[in-house]
Design a protein. Structure first.
Length: 215
């Protein structure tokens, strides 16, 4: 979303993280704009038993943690490196200058944050009232809508493991495994080598396909 050259111009620095390393804890004050340069970072909550609920996964070029930053609040979740990662960190006062002087980036960030609000609304509803199959289908089709190059009849490679799908939908991984097997039997998806999941594009309704073209 923002080039390395622009980030350097506005005094951003690179933080290197090892797999499993924390970037910040839930409750820490948000002070910097953060964007992944390489690798993958997740924002996650833990309950008293240590079970995870993942708010989101963020990879190359994706920013995260903006809402508490703009509202001068503590982080509502922790950020953990899923793989060895590099993260740009830009002090908020300087980042505000970046936004003031680069309206196109300001607008792009607004679009990204609006998309995340839609995602949160969708998943809150799913977790509150829907069964496992419906939750997984909704989550997969949400990410599929960003793959505008795919056409009907093709397969969409789901970019998450079964554990990650469980973490994002509030399900147990055993439930996800059983449900994916049932969905395979219904020809909703296919399973490839090393457990890769491929979603059948023909599962999208006409209304959803129109939305995918214009979103």
């Amino acid at each position: 979303m923002i080039s390395d050259a622009i980030l350097r111009k506005y005094k951003a620095v690179i933080v290197k993280l090892k797999k499993g390393e924390l970037l910040f804890h839930q409750g820490d004050q948000a002070l910097n704009f953060l964007i992944v340069r390489s690798g993958t970072v997740k924002m996650v909550n833990y309950n008293e038993e240590g079970r995870e609920f993942v708010q989101g996964y963020f990879t190359d070029g994706q920013s995260f943690g903006e809402p508490p930053l703009f509202n001068h609040l503590p982080y509502p979740a922790s950020a953990v490196a899923v793989t060895d990662s590099e993260v740009w960190k830009c002090p908020f006062d300087v980042f505000k200058e970046l936004l003031r002087e680069n309206f196109d980036l300001h607008l792009k960030l607004t679009q990204v944050l609006s998309g995340r609000l839609i995602y949160k609304s969708i998943m809150l509803t799913e977790i509150a009232v829907e069964e496992a199959e419906h939750r997984l289908r909704t989550l997969i089709e949400y990410f599929l809508k960003n793959e505008k190059h795919l056409k009907q009849g093709q397969l969409f490679k789901v970019p998450f493991t079964r554990q990650q799908l469980a973490d994002m939908t509030g399900l147990r991984v055993e439930t996800v495994i059983r449900t994916i097997k049932r969905m395979e039997q219904k020809n909703m998806l296919s399973l490839g080598d090393k457990g890769k999941i491929f979603w059948n594009i023909t599962n999208i309704t006409r209304k959803e396909k129109r939305h995918a073209r214009h979103s």
